[in-house]
Ligand binder design. Sequence first.
Ligand code: PMP
Length: 405
Amino acid sequence: MPPPIEVGADKMNPFETALQHRLEQQKAAGRYRRRRSQRDAGVHTRINGRDMLTFCSNDYLGLATHPRVVKALCDGARRHGAGGGASHLVNGHQEIHDRLEMRLAQWTGRERALLFGSGYQANLGVISALMSRGGHVVHDRLNHASLLDGTLLSGARLHRFAHGDTSLAEQTLAGLAPESDRLLVSDGVFSMDGDCADVNALARLAERYDTPLMIDDAHGLGVLGQHGAGTLEAQNMPPDRVPILVGTLGKALGTQGAFVTGSHALIESLIQFARPFIYTTSLSPALASATLAALDLVQTEPERRAHLHRLIQRFRQELATLALPGITLMPSETPIQPLLVGSEQAAMALSESLYEDGILCTAIRPPTVPPGQSRLRVTLSAAHTEADLDRLLTALERCCRTVTS
Ligand code: PMP
């Protein structure tokens, strides 16, 4: 790769100088974000020529590199094209998209599904299509950024209640004018804490206040529930009690993209009014083909989920026994197992120390999490072996003692 072109400070124009100044401020605040290039998406990979074991991917079932998913991607590209070539409403929509939408709707027990290019776009699309100025969107405080951004895009008023506190959500709903447009929104599994929303309590509230309920189950689908149908299945929720469900394809399904699922009227409304669906190139048909293969695996190989849940239980038990200094294991039964560290510097030091031991687990810092709650967001995958978990536990023990001593 050619080296990046460095422009000397004396040659910068005012625009570049202003950008550089902002970057320096970000560095000075200790919040500069950096990417690391790894060789591939496997949990055993290489970074800068070194073997690394990763514990921070959302590829919870290890399907991103599964031979059947990869083969379906290649076959799909040969048969249908690498890209859709246009938006879904022009001529980017293919029969393979219909097949995938139908399978996703069946899997989640709903009438229809609609594909989006990403979960971020899906959340922007749903909220901006359903809500407008004068409306109210009521959020759990820890909802994903894309749900907040969707609300901003819609022009509706954003309300946030303390994480998991449905009595505060109720206070907000009770204070809204009965005739106002409203939407109650929550993650199914919270992306940075790993805990699950109490979907039954939210549905009761939504019904009491005649408010549609939207659940973003990006991290629950594929992982939770007997058939992998997510947080709702795990909590025995009939589909009709959650009229709007969002799922992503880039996590447990191992590919890329997202879907919204619900009634025929919901999906037709999104096709008419969701600008992040209308004005963008369709999901790659090759990805649709790969996702169909991934969904087959999710539905026919429950042993992947069983293995993953065994790893989760063992990780929690052993970490509780080790009682490592400087970290608190947060309550979570999902593959997201955050280790609360506190300060940004301590979280970075622990992450760096693990890196030296050949383990990649990135530190999560403000503004992604509140100040003072920096953490290592450990994620487990069905692609990890018991031996991989041993390595993580040994490294964590050594690094926690070194960093806090
Ligand atoms: N919703 C949640 C809860 C997420 O955690 C994420 C991504 N981390 C998204 C939506 C966005 O999904 P995507 O990566 O497909 O844009």
